[in-house]
Design a protein around this ligand. Structure first.
Ligand code: ADP
Ligand code: MG
Length: 259
């Protein structure tokens, strides 16, 4: 049957491309030729035993650590060359939330905007109305609008991690990088946080797709439930890079066997 040609869906743009990442500490290799890429809206779980190099990899992805060799590109730009505002394209979420306890949830989220305001204004903590509205929107997105005025240290662990996610969102990131974001939370709360991250990745954002999430996890079940793809590290090398459905017993054994 003839008809108008079906529109070909555009491939999702690549948000993150890591290639050849190599890093040693005192002559000991922590990462060896690590490469993978993440498309817009994708949730990638990084798995691997302790010492595999996950945290070192995340530090390279956020530009906190310069690899000895290799390259990290965010939306095509080399992360080590991104400065100031552009650096904010990568939102970071930590295991221990890293909020300022005596500040309100709202002020913690506003801190995510610091890279967007001239330093002296940030320092004076005089944010523009637009920044405050955006920060409130981000708190609403994580379900904590009603807690905007509460001190961060009065919030539960799950709520604090949600504030940290709102802080990352306030940067308007292309990519959220989270190193063991649920390791300090009970399983049900952790599942809620991962569900939130996945929802953020799924939400359409303009023409070029959603925010991508790269997240290291210790619980393989969480990776199976929430990630689109699994990147498995062991001894600083990528041993597994598969869609979650193909992360089978064999892949599991390759990654964790004998540890
Ligand atoms: N700052 C550092 N100095 C020296 N060795 C380090 C440092 N950071 C990580 N390492 C080493 O690199 C390897 C990978 O560690 P890490 O990235 O923390 O792994 P993971 O997060 O998967 O547990 C380990 O052998 C660790 O001891
Ligand atoms: Mg680690």
């Amino acid at each position: 049957m003839d008809g108008p040609p079906l529109p070909t869906p555009l491939p999702a743009p690549i948000r993150l491309a890591a290639a050849g990442i190599t890093k040693s500490f005192d002559g000991r290799t922590a990462l060896a030729d690590v490469g993978f890429s993440v498309t817009a809206g994708e949730v990638v779980a990084v798995l691997g035993p302790s010492g595999a190099g996950k945290t070192t990899l995340f530090r390279c992805l956020t530009g906190l650590v310069a690899p000895d060799a290799g390259q990290v590109r965010v939306d095509g730009d080399d992360i080590t060359r991104l400065r100031g505002r552009a650096r904010r394209r990568v939102g970071v979420v930590f295991q221990q939330f890293n909020l300022v306890g005596r500040l309100t949830a709202l002020d913690n989220v506003l801190a995510g905007r610091l890279g967007h305001v001239p330093a002296w204004r940030g320092w004076l903590r005089r944010f523009e109305r637009a920044d405050r509205l955006l920060a409130l929107e981000c708190l609403d997105r994580v379900g904590l609008l009603a807690h905007a005025g509460q001190r961060a240290d009065r919030l539960s662990g799950g709520q604090q991690q949600r504030v940290a996610i709102a802080r990352a969102l306030a940067q308007r990131p292309s990519l959220i990088v989270a190193d063991e974001p649920v390791a300090s939370l009970d399983p049900a709360t952790g599942a809620g946080v991962l569900d939130l991250l996945r929802g953020i990745a799924r939400a359409p954002q303009g023409n070029d797709g959603g925010v991508s999430v790269v997240c290291s996890l210790h619980q393989v079940d969480f990776a199976r439930a929430f990630a689109d793809r699994v990147v498995g590290l062991r001894d600083g090398r990528v041993l597994v890079d598969v869609p979650t459905a193909r992360f089978d017993t064999d892949a599991y054994t390759r990654l964790y066997g004998g540890t």
